[in-house]
Design a protein around this ligand. Structure first.
Ligand code: COA
Ligand code: NAP
Length: 281
């Protein structure tokens, strides 16, 4: 599947947190392909370096930057954004997508296991968006009175579909979407639009492999999607290109499912079925 070529992000400064693999790297590459300068960040320096190489392969003319930090460490996030500011000066688009997930029955999940996911997905997102805010405001000042900035959070159907094995992720991603809706209200006056994308089950990703580790389970999930297929990374990247563009200039505070209709009904039942395959502890 090809990304649309109707967008012009030439010279735009795009930052993708958790952008070194999977869905988020797909988003980072899609922006680079449209001419953006892209910064990616995550914990593993090896993944960061590999992602920057991938961005250079997509668009060798772009100024691409890699930063390594853990979103759970406020000081490291502050330092990371200082590095980004030194390279980019300001930010036009922030994608906040760092997350952790594993399937676990609530009765077997330790409080620390629950907390780890809350710390990465929810507190981590808040920390990241807060650090990005002054740079987004700076970008709008720099780009002139008709410009705007965009924040896109990568949520999940768990935010509003209760799912077996996912009590920690459901709680965390519900919070992520409430951040989106709240910040959209507070930051509208600053001309910063804040939206969430809700990916469905996306093929060839860590997140999907963890929930549905076998080919059989993956096709069972595909069957529970109204469009009868699992998604591709490009499906999500296309939505991000749209949401950050001027074509979406009146869209803020929205929670956009890009899931083939999975969250309309199939998602909860499919996770019930998956739960039967997780061994009892
Ligand atoms: N089932 C139950 N509990 C689990 C678990 C699993 N599969 N994996 C981790 N935990 C628990 C640990 O037991 C620990 O709790 P404890 O101290 O009470 O034993 C807690 O979670 C933290 O584990 P730890 O391995 O120290 O965390 P970490 O900070 O190194 O890693 C995770 C964070 C657990 C979220 C890890 O899976 C991760 O790094 N994920 C990122 C990649 C990812 O999830 N991609 C998909 C995105 S959707
Ligand atoms: P992934 O490849 O594991 O992506 C997660 C990214 O976050 C990686 O770059 C990872 O890199 C980074 N990360 C994890 N913990 C971090 C931390 N503490 N600090 C900084 N960075 C951290 O997984 P994915 O499946 O593509 O998921 C991407 C996003 O899509 C997530 O927000 C997920 O919830 C959402 N999503 C996925 C699916 C799906 O089907 N895959 C469905 C719905 C929603 P490091 O390991 O280097 O830190």
């Amino acid at each position: 599947m090809q990304e649309r070529s109707m967008f012009d992000y030439k010279g735009k400064k795009v930052v993708v947190i958790g952008g070194t693999s999977g869905i988020n790297l797909g988003i980072a590459c899609a922006f680079a392909a449209q001419g953006a300068d892209v910064a990616v960040a995550s914990r593993s320096i090896d993944k960061v370096n590999a992602a920057v190489d991938a961005l250079k392969q997509v668009n060798g003319n772009g100024h691409h930057v890699g930063v390594s930090f853990d979103v759970r460490d406020p000081e490291a996030v502050t330092k990371g954004f200082a590095e980004i500011e030194a390279q980019f000066d300001y930010i036009d688009v922030l994608v906040s997508g760092a997350a952790g997930n594993f399937p676990a029955r609530a009765k077997d999940l330790s409080v620390n296991g629950f907390k780890s996911v809350m710390d990465i997905d929810l507190l981590g997102s808040f920390q990241v968006i807060k650090q990005a805010y002054p740079l987004l405001v700076k970008g709008i000042k720099q780009n002139g009175p008709n410009s705007s900035a965009s924040v896109i959070q990568i949520s999940a159907p768990q935010a509003y579909v209760p799912m077996a094995l996912q009590v920690h992720v459901c709680a965390a991603k519900a919070g992520v979407d409430m951040l989106t809706r709240t910040l959209a209200i507070e930051w509208g006056v600053d001309k910063i639009r804040v939206n969430s994308i809700v990916p469905g089950p996306i093929a060839d990703t860590e997140g999907f492999d963890r929930l549905a580790p076998s080919k059989g389970l993956k096709s069972m999930i595909a069957d529970s999607v109204p469009l009868k297929r699992n998604g591709q990374k490009q499906d999500i990247a296309n939505a991000a290109l749209f949401l950050a563009s001027d074509m979406a200039s009146y869209i803020t505070g929205t929670i956009l499912p890009v899931d083939g209709g999975w969250s309309l009904g199939g998602a909860g039942a499919a996770m019930d079925a998956l739960a039967k395959h997780l061994p009892e502890q």
